[in-house]
Design a binder for this molecule. Structure first.
Ligand SMILES: NC(=O)c1ccc[n+]([C@@H]2O[C@H](COP(=O)([O-])OP(=O)(O)OC[C@H]3O[C@@H](n4cnc5c(N)ncnc54)[C@H](O)[C@@H]3O)[C@@H](O)[C@H]2O)c1
Length: 248
């Protein structure tokens, strides 16, 4: 079950934390993994780690907000791995200059960051791989989102929440357009992870019913399921992976 041999995955923002966990988990199930990150060294490190443990991986550093770069990279993946990307995990979602601040204190120059990486990042990546998936009659799109998409908070993340809500809507519609082609599109909405820094983090952890924050080892297997052959009847859904902190 959940054998991904013969498939090629692109995981964005996979140079650390959740994205690295996703890349490792997909590779462990047999997928060839294109490890993306804005920071080339991070992508290289995770790619080498996968290769060293017997998997197939290549580093593809690029900025998901740059459509030309995304297209060039997916072309390179197909050339080097000999197969088009048929599993896309858009995980990059926190801009490099991200900082929490109440909306009234945010300069308009900072409005675009969360929207660009989440929404335009998803559009760029999907547009680069969707034709290949639909023509091939098989594909899996997994969008990484956050509980911030549907629950308001006073933690200064309004634009991040807006961007995540937007991308969830985008994926919901894609699921309907792509379903007849054997391509599913789902969202995995994460709760707070161990790498989240902040004074309130411990307080939040104590309120999570399972009494701990999420880890890359929680996220990877959930993505493996969504990417699998076995999940072919699951599409257009938002799976909440959050230790029970928000129930649906
Ligand atoms: N950390 C949390 O508590 C938490 C909670 C809920 C949801 N999420 C979501 O999970 C995902 C991963 O979060 P994380 O905390 O592991 O992120 P992270 O910031 O630790 O790692 C993400 C990686 O993305 C890369 N990146 C940044 N901008 C990029 C771009 N433009 N193009 C390509 N790569 C880029 C970064 O270099 C970084 O290595 C995000 O979508 C985030 O919104 C995280």
């Amino acid at each position: 079950m959940f054998d991904l041999s013969g498939h090629t995955a692109l995981v964005t923002g996979a140079g650390q934390n959740a994205g690295a966990g996703i890349a490792r988990a997909l590779a462990a199930q047999g997928a060839a993994v294109a490890v993306n990150d804005l920071v080339p060294e991070r992508a290289e490190t995770v790619s080498k780690e996968i290769t060293a443990s017997g998997g197939v991986a290549m580093a593809v550093p690029f900025d998901v907000t740059d459509l030309d770069a995304v297209r060039a990279a997916t072309g390179r993946v197909a050339g080097e791995l000999g197969r088009h990307v048929d599993i896309l995990v858009h995980n990059a979602g926190i801009p490099a200059d991200f900082g929490q601040a109440p909306f009234r204190e945010l300069d308009p120059s900072r409005w675009r960051g969360p929207v660009e990486i989440n929404l335009f990042g998803a559009m760029n990546c999907v547009s680069a791989v969707a034709d290949g998936m639909c023509r091939g009659g098989w594909g899996r799109i997994v969008q990484i989102s956050s509980g911030a998409a549907r629950t308001g908070s006073d933690q200064g993340i309004s634009l991040y929440g807006a961007a995540k809500s937007g991308v969830e809507g985008f994926i919901r519609h894609l699921s309907q357009e792509f379903a007849p082609f054997g391509v599913t599109a789902n969202t995995l909405a994460l709760g707070l992870q161990t790498n989240a820094a902040g004074a309130a983090t411990e307080m939040f952890a104590a309120k999570i019913p399972v009494r701990r924050l999420g880890t890359p080892e929680d996220v990877g297997p959930a993505v493996v399921y969504l990417a699998s052959e076995e999940a072919g009847w699951l599409t257009g859904q938002i799976l909440n992976l959050n230790g029970g902190s928000v129930t649906s």
